[in-house]
Design a protein. Structure first.
Length: 366
């Protein structure tokens, strides 16, 4: 007899996976943990009093899933064999590096996007990028609800189905939706027949899931941070902040006759950041960013601040941080952290040309 003492829910979060108990009347079982036919773990486990335990498979599975935005949802197989008998089990795991305590996460996933921060601030030229777990045969309708000030100074609202109207999911999986705020403005201008508007907030809904974004002009032209959140999907974080650049050179001195010379010179540059006051949701975002396995920023003269290609952004390392977040209503929360580019060679922003010339007004007018 071989039997897994393991409850296999519709979907499990990697952080909440239990140890695997195997009940057997054999002296030992040969166990394998498989992903796509590849053995992540295999070994012989000896039984004591009719059972044996395979500990901490969550760490192995998280290591397999971590840092890969195309691989944060996967099917895993358990195999146990002994004396010509065998037992198998299959379960679907979504990457999550924070312990949630959710016994049945499928209900939470049905009501939430893959984020712990459903209320955020965005820059006016930014975009909304949300992912969610969908089940087979689930109806998909991604709706946008916008609040704005029109060209007459009046507050107004507008809603529309952005995508998925009538679409049915054919399998369990992760879906994503990208919505540019500029596209929302153009759709409202066209529908309302107005010349301009000031977007104030956008709420997006998909089924029972909801997230609200407040458009903050103070965040315009501020370089955002992009990172993999606790579910392994990309989030952006724009912070009002002050940044101090610190350049340090490590070098040795050699005496050459009557003079000395530097050698073995290593130059590094770090950026010390202190944020302005944070909302409670931004505190959760900052906590995840500071401990994320992958953080990136847009950088370079020809780079958009809101490039939606995560792989095209420049990797950075959070080297130090101080994060003491209070739940007191009388205290404003902020964080301090230090970052550097992952590439060892220091970067410098090359000055751009004045950019005032075109075919008609060429450099001869300078």
């Amino acid at each position: 007899m071989i039997q897994f003492g393991f409850y296999t829910p519709t979907i499990a979060l990697s952080s909440d996976l239990p140890d695997i108990t195997i009940f057997t009347d054999h002296d030992f079982v040969d166990f394998r943990l498989l992903a796509g036919g590849y053995a992540l773990l295999e070994g012989r486990y000896y039984a004591l009093n009719g059972s044996t335990v395979v500990p901490d498979i969550s760490s192995i599975i998280e290591h397999f899933l971590a840092g890969n935005t195309d691989n944060n949802l996967f099917d895993f197989n358990l195999e146990a064999k002994a004396g010509g008998e065998s037992a198998t089990a299959t379960f679907n795991v979504l990457y999550c590096d924070k312990s949630t305590g959710l016994f049945a996460p499928e209900y939470w996933l049905k009501e939430n996007f893959l984020t712990l921060s459903p209320f955020r601030r965005l820059a006016p030229d930014s975009y909304i990028n949300l992912s969610w777990y969908t089940t087979e045969k689930e109806g998909i309708m991604f709706r946008v609800y916008a609040t704005f000030i029109n060209d007459k100074g009046q507050r107004d609202t507008y809603q529309y189905a952005h995508s998925g109207n009538g679409q049915i999911a054919h399998m369990n999986g992760i879906m994503s939706q990208l919505v540019y705020l500029s596209d929302i403005r153009q759709k409202i201008i066209s529908a309302k027949k107005i010349e301009s508007l000031t977007l104030q907030s956008v709420t997006v809904r998909c089924g029972e899931r909801s997230a609200t974004f407040f458009v903050d002009p103070a965040l315009a032209d501020i370089v955002p941070f992009f990172y993999l959140n606790c579910f392994g999907v990309v989030e952006q974080l724009s912070l009002q902040r002050t940044t101090t650049e610190k350049v340090k050179a490590d070098r040795s001195i050699a005496a050459l006759g009557k003079s000395s010379q530097f050698y073995d010179v290593t130059t590094s540059k770090e950026y010390e950041v202190e944020s302005a006051a944070l909302t409670s949701d931004e505190c959760l975002q900052v906590e995840q960013m500071l401990t994320s396995p992958s953080v990136r920023i847009p950088y370079g003269p020809n780079t958009s601040l809101y490039d939606n290609d995560f792989d095209a952004l420049i990797p950075i390392l959070i080297t130090d941080f101080t994060s003491e977040l209070s739940d007191s209503d009388e205290k404003l929360n902020s964080v301090k952290f230090t970052w550097r580019f992952a590439e060892n060679r220091p970067k410098i922003a090359a000055p751009q040309s004045p950019g005032i010339f075109n075919d008609k007004f060429n450099p001869t007018f300078s």
